[in-house]
Design a protein around this ligand. Structure first.
Ligand code: ADP
Length: 167
């Protein structure tokens, strides 16, 4: 049985992430999408909110599980006995950063954690959580970027914290 982890911030989950999740779930028997609880970043949504959004958005994918973790990915993967990490690549700018992380993870896990890259579907190449947050913070149209329920949660959040504060 082949299992993989797709780690990320998912703040919030976008159609770009969902495209990678669906494709990875077709390649692997089991996919764990895991929200990184990164104490050095100030996310817009809490880990619990992000987990809930991912659960809702992947309800139709039976072999996908949502989880969260803090600390090093290699330690988390070792605890779960999973040896493949999935990452998405949008542009050459992603590549340099992702290559460095992938090589670091491979080295410091003694070769136990490899990274498989899926390239973005072209229609989502422009899409990032930060862009979506910026547009939503000014009440712009994000219907082509995130599922409707995620959009509603974004507008609600910005109503609470004030427009233009995209975090
Ligand atoms: P990070 O994990 O770097 O904080 P994200 O949660 O935004 O950032 O992204 C998680 C993973 O999904 C990363 O590998 C990122 O490159 C990938 N990703 C994000 N947006 C897209 C997209 N539109 N198409 C393909 N992959 C994407």
């Amino acid at each position: 049985m082949k299992a993989a982890i797709y780690p990320g911030s998912f703040d919030p989950v976008t159609y770009g992430h969902l495209d990678i999740i669906r494709r990875a779930s077709e390649i692997f028997d089991e996919l764990t999408v895991s929200v990184l609880n990164n104490k050095t970043k100030t996310p817009l949504f809490s880990v619990e909110e992000r987990v809930k959004m991912l659960e809702e958005a992947t309800r139709d994918l039976p072999n996908v599980t949502i989880d969260s973790f803090s600390g090093l990915l290699i330690d988390y993967a070792a605890r779960k006995d999973i040896h493949v990490a999935i990452r998405g690549l949008r542009a050459i700018t992603d590549f340099e950063y992702e290559l460095q992380i992938a090589q670091t993870n491979r080295k410091f896990s003694d070769g136990k954690l490899d990274t498989v890259f899926l390239t973005t579907s072209l229609e989502y190449a422009y899409l990032s959580s930060s862009t979506v947050k910026e547009i939503a913070s000014f009440n712009g149209d994000i219907s082509e970027c995130v599922p409707d329920f995620v959009g509603r949660l974004l507008y609600k959040k910005y109503n609470e914290i004030g427009a233009g504060n995209e975090q």
